[in-house]
Design a protein around this ligand. Sequence first.
Ligand SMILES: Cc1ncc(COP(=O)(O)O)c(C=O)c1O
Length: 480
Amino acid sequence: MESKEMKMNPVTTNPHVDPALVERAREIIGRELEFFSERTPRSAEWLADAEQSMPGGVPMAWMRSLYRHAPVVAVRGRGAEFEDLDGNTYLDFNACDLAMPAGFAPEPIVRAIQNQALLGNHFLLPVPDSVEVCRLLRERFGLPQWQFTLSASGANADALRIARVATGRSTILIFDGKYHGHLDQTLWSRNEQGGMDADLSGLDPASAQGTDMIPYNDPQALRDRLARGDVAAVIMESALTNCGLVKPTPEFVEALNTEVRAAGAVFIVDETHVQFAVHGGGTSFFNIEPDILTGGKGIAGGVPIGVYGMTDRIAAVLWDHRDHDPGLEEVNDAHGLAVGGTLYGNALSLAAARAGLSEIFTPEAGQRVDELGKKLQHGLQEQVDRVGLPWKIDRLGGRIQWRLTPEEPSNGAESFASLVLAIADARKVFMINRGVWDSIATAGPSVSYAMDESGVERYIALAGEFLSELTRGVSGEGRE
Ligand SMILES: Cc1ncc(COP(=O)(O)O)c(C=O)c1O
């Protein structure tokens, strides 16, 4: 799989980044990659051996392309730090692309997993924790009824199918800069000629026909597209987080809240990346009112889980169209809705989710993460200002965004254009070699719930060193 970062500006058409900075970034990458190889010989040797049993020596080929340097082999983690096979430790600001915001081996989740493992991981039956996790999710996100999967992709797949059944339509409307997991229908992007390009290969080409894409933050485009009367679901991230960071404007939110349902479509908000950046997620932060809310990743501290919440109206559709035995009961369809999976709703992920939601992702902890995020944003901005660059560091709670423009982007295209691949790569490898892991430039840095002030200070100091290195000898003019 192509790294999500590959849509970032490969060289720069960004007028706020002097080409001399990009040249310097390339020099830094070359030098730092050599240093990285010197620091990680045992990981390299392990990967070479592992190539006998896994393509690229990795359990998921994407791990090889994700970082644009060889992966290190991870052996253990605790709190906000993890260690590789060579004994290097890393302070983690990526949280596994926001799948580990609780940090590594958090005590409440470890305890819950141990207890549940002794009782049995799964029964393909409801367990008492299911209803408690629903209560915690309802308290946090407001929606009354919940279902469980094993990933956010799984939650989005179920949500889209429910929307098709609820509306009797098939078109899915997505926004530029989106990512909703590995679903054929959401992995398309509109090109400049007006056609649809696959984001990745191997998709069913027919899936493009049931997909349409419009710009984020464009209420008129939304109205025009809904007016055609064929949209089953509008699916959005509460803030775009896979192309940098783009927040929804109040006008856009207003249009979504009022017009999607009015047009007979189902409104789905994917909270997977924002759910813990701010307490209550982007839906509560931006006052978004979805019919279905999806999430996953970090809820259970790395134990696979996906969740979706829905209004009573949507829950009734799911129940009326449930999979059933035609001999036993009368329900609407010859076949039930294609939702669910054998391991979904298992006792282990629910026990871990209960511990995560009730003991780690608390409102007080969310407040602390917000404060740390603020400190990180301000500290980084001071460093950027110190070296005379015109860039503005952005933030949503604990999720920070390096943005290489003074102005905020309003859609995916603007956001990708505000980033520069070489500069992100240089920063990434410079930091890794000095013990800070900020590995996906479109996803942070993010403050995890295991982070403390000293970690944030360390990131700021190191970012300052990087910026001094990047700008050394580049004239003031070149910096704006
Ligand atoms: C917004 C969003 N939704 C869904 C997903 C899919 O998550 P998973 O790969 O865990 O299924 C991602 C993954 O990055 C995401 O960013």
